[in-house]
Design a protein around this ligand. Structure first.
Ligand SMILES: NC(=O)c1ccc[n+]([C@@H]2O[C@H](COP(=O)([O-])OP(=O)(O)OC[C@H]3O[C@@H](n4cnc5c(N)ncnc54)[C@H](OP(=O)(O)O)[C@@H]3O)[C@@H](O)[C@H]2O)c1
Length: 298
């Protein structure tokens, strides 16, 4: 089976490449521009059976300043990829987000809950979901959330785990929001679950794929500091105090109701966090020892 990954050098894309191994075809932004239909026709030459579309404009606050770009990449990009996938009869997997929800439910969202985005990022991703559903017959929409991987998000210039560790190392006093609850998720675990999922090839539709459980960003930061044994002053703050441009859903935890019925289980967020911290330590060790330990090996 030929699988092509768009956004292959991104945070999630790079873990998909690692986990799936050398049978996948990596497509970086240099190879494909999803906002350009002609550029997407590279897929017609590659002729994959499955396309995993991880390309996105992920900077949530920047999406408010530049909604045109958000819709161009997240919605028009998804539409272009969908059209070409349909043309070549490929299964189209669009990676989406918990931010399609407004956070008012107060308990984890399941796949059948009605989206109601409250920021441009979520709105543009929901448009991408609809384009994927309506323009490619064979489609999956996989919603993930609050991602972290060994390689930080290219679009965001890092991830929360890296930021907390770096700031703590510098002895910075940390302020972290305690009124936003989410499903923090390790990209490696999404990649592993996605591999199992593709082997099953269930009914087309929407699926949630996040680590089990949920926490506030503050609780997540505390766990990172505890596990890394870093002592630093940390204070809970309210999201309104940060003056960020985009509104965030207050409770955007997801429940993997549909993949669990398929027998795919994703571990608890705390276990996933231990795993990435160990992986980071190993990576740093090889890097400082100046061996040829490439990040790809971890
Ligand atoms: N990060 C999160 O916390 C989070 C949460 C929920 C959902 N998601 C979703 O998960 C997916 C992966 O996110 P990520 O964290 O891995 O982000 P990332 O590291 O920024 O990866 C995005 C990838 O897409 C590529 N890309 C961007 N614009 C493109 C375009 N116009 N044409 C082709 N490629 C383009 C980027 O390449 P360049 O960098 O070279 O442009 C990069 O390789 C996205 O769909 C995102 O919406 C992420």
């Amino acid at each position: 089976m030929r699988i092509a990954v768009i956004g292959a050098n991104g945070q999630l894309g790079s873990d998909i490449i690692r986990v799936f191994g050398n049978k996948v075809i990596s497509l970086t932004h240099d190879d494909i521009e999803v906002t350009d239909l002609e550029s997407c026709k590279i897929l017609e030459e590659i002729k994959p059976d499955i396309v995993i579309n991880c390309a996105a404009f992920v900077k949530v606050d920047d999406c408010e300043i530049n909604p045109e770009m958000a819709f161009k990449v997240n919605a028009v990009g998804a539409y272009n990829v969908s059209r070409v996938c349909n043309e070549i009869n490929a299964v189209n997997i669009y990676i989406s987000t918990d931010y399609v929800f407004d956070g008012a439910k107060g308990e984890p969202y399941i796949e059948d809950d009605i989206p109601n985005p409250i920021n441009i990022y979520g709105l543009s991703k929901l448009a991408g979901e609809i384009a994927t559903k309506n323009y490619s017959l064979k489609h999956y929409i996989i919603r993930v959330a609050s991602l972290y991987g060994v390689r930080g998000a290219r679009g965001k210039g890092g991830n929360f785990v890296e930021t907390i560790i770096e700031r703590a190392k510098e002895g910075e006093r940390l302020k972290v929001v305690d009124d936003i609850v989410m499903s923090s998720t390790y990209t490696k675990d999404v990649a592993v679950a996605l591999k199992e999922f593709i082997e099953i090839m269930p009914e087309y539709g929407v699926y949630h794929m996040v680590n089990d459980g949920y926490c506030s960003w503050f609780e997540f930061a505390i766990e990172i500091l505890n596990l890394t044994k870093m002592e630093v002053e940390i204070k809970p703050v309210k999201s309104d105090e940060l003056g960020r441009l985009a509104r965030r859903p207050k409770f955007s935890a997801l429940k993997n109701e549909k993949i669990e019925k398929l027998g795919i289980r994703m571990r608890c967020w705390k276990e996933a966090l231990v795993d990435i911290l160990l992986r980071k330590v190993t990576y740093e060790f090889f890097r400082s020892a100046k061996t040829d330990g490439d990040e790809q090996s971890f």
